[in-house]
Design a binder for this molecule. Structure first.
Ligand code: ARG
Length: 417
């Protein structure tokens, strides 16, 4: 009996061709594994297809709930946006898929795992590092990285080997899960070309969005959403609901030039209506409940968190340490955020929280204010002291004047600051 390999199987061209190619090239029995992370493709019949092509066994796992709880929720708490733009939708699912692959391989007694990543992207790094961290004894096979076939070659190979392929006329290459949809290739490879409407499936063109604004309310508890529009539902359902509502208002498209880990600059287009909505809402709530020091340090932690996850280092212990810091800050991130969508745009229009640090009696300009404006004078003297001393040195007139001008007008004033 041949040794086994477990292949991450999407049902698409690359991984279908891989079943046969691995068998021929490595002489291994191929077991396929499909993990549902909310890609919303019809996953029924995928096991039969795999067997038809030659897989000796097929595993199908529903990991939607796990994906949201273990990966998406921490990313909301981390307000994660790689290079300030990309909410890591594809990146977050990879370590989970790799983990499932390893588990199935161990169950099957396989000696190897395989995935359909190319040698040009980030996904190969995410898969390989996670797999090696979880089980260093498993060999990794990445047919697409190894075989040197282009799309036409693959189609020919499939036809020659009676591998059923979908008549997929799309020029776009996509990857999707509950948290977003990544769209690449075709006309998008010219960074100056506007993405055509056909590239999008989740977000309507802004012109076709409803003519009346729509509101959405998100309730957070300890940094994670617990209800949307006043209704509690499962994490997966909340994400779907928000994705739909934001998308139908044309909100959620990202179009940016991204720095891939392998050194390539690439034009990346995404539809992430839920991710952008949740992150923006969460970030806004944090501004109400966290101190400026917490916010300032957390923004550095967030940048590092996004970088680790983007660059395939989900398994890096420092990610856990960053999570510990983030979790400590999230204990007060509870409250409600009100959002307004209109014609492709979204903004936060209200926020409230029992943990709010906003104090009307301090911020108001009316007479009830308890803020002591006179205290500002001494504060400004000391706050500006280093700059003042330095500027005295830098000034060409330094030492010529008898006395330096006072830095602020010492007359108390009741006027606005
Ligand atoms: N640039 C994104 C990332 O690295 C999206 C990758 C899309 N992956 C794909 N297999 N189509 O996370």
């Amino acid at each position: 009996m041949a040794e086994k390999v477990v292949l991450a199987y999407s049902g698409g061209l690359d991984t279908s061709v891989s079943i046969k190619w691995i068998k021929d090239k490595y002489g291994l029995d191929v077991v396929t594994c499909t993990v549902d992370v909310g890609q919303q493709e019809d996953l029924s019949g995928i096991g039969e297809k795999a067997r038809e092509i030659g897989a000796v066994n097929h595993h199908q796992l529903d990991a939607k709930d796990e994906f949201v709880k273990r990966f998406v929720f921490p990313s909301i708490k981390a307000n994660s946006l790689y290079e300030g733009a990309y909410p890591l939708s594809t990146a977050l699912a990879r370590p989970l898929l790799a983990e499932k692959l390893v588990q199935v391989a161990e169950k099957e007694g396989a000696i190897a795992v395989a995935h359909g990543c190319t040698g040009k992207g980030n996904d190969q790094v995410r898969f390989d590092i996670t797999i090696k961290a979880l089980n260093p004894y498993l060999k990794i096979i990445a047919p697409v990285r190894e075989w040197n076939m282009n799309r036409e070659d693959e189609i020919k190979y499939a036809q020659k080997n009676h591998i059923p392929i979908k008549a997929d006329k799309s020029v776009f290459s996509t990857d999707q899960n509950l948290w977003g949809r990544s769209i690449e290739s075709g006309p998008l490879e010219d960074p100056f070309t506007e993405p055509p409407d056909e590239a999008f499936e989740w977000c309507v063109p802004a012109e076709k969005a409803p003519d009346k604004p729509q509101y959405l309310e998100i309730d957070f508890e300890n940094g994670v959403p617990i209800a949307v529009d006043g209704r509690t539902s499962s994490p997966v359902e909340m994400v779907r609901y928000v994705s739909h509502k934001a998308g139908m208002n044309g909100f959620g498209i990202i179009d940016h030039v991204e720095d891939r880990l392998v050194g390539i600059k690439s034009r990346e287009v995404y539809e992430c209506p839920a991710a952008l909505t949740f992150v923006q809402a969460h970030k806004d709530l944090e501004k109400l409940v966290l101190t400026r020091h917490e916010l300032s340090f957390k923004s550095k932690v967030e940048e590092e968190w996004a970088w680790l996850v983007y660059s395939g280092l989900w398994m890096e212990p420092s990610r856990l340490a960053l999570d510990a810091f983030i979790d400590a800050t999230q204990q007060r991130v509870s409250g409600t955020v009100r959002l307004k969508f209109f014609k492709g745009g979204m903004r936060v229009v209200g926020r409230k929280s029992p943990e709010s640090l906003y104090q009307h009696k301090l911020s108001t300009y009316d007479r009830t204010s308890t803020f002591d404006q006179k205290a500002a004078i001494g504060f400004i003297e000391l706050w500006g002291l280093p700059s003042r001393v330095a500027n005295e040195k830098l000034s060409p007139n330094h030492g010529k004047k008898k006395a330096p001008l006072p830095m602020v007008n010492a007359t108390p004033s009741r006027k606005k600051a």
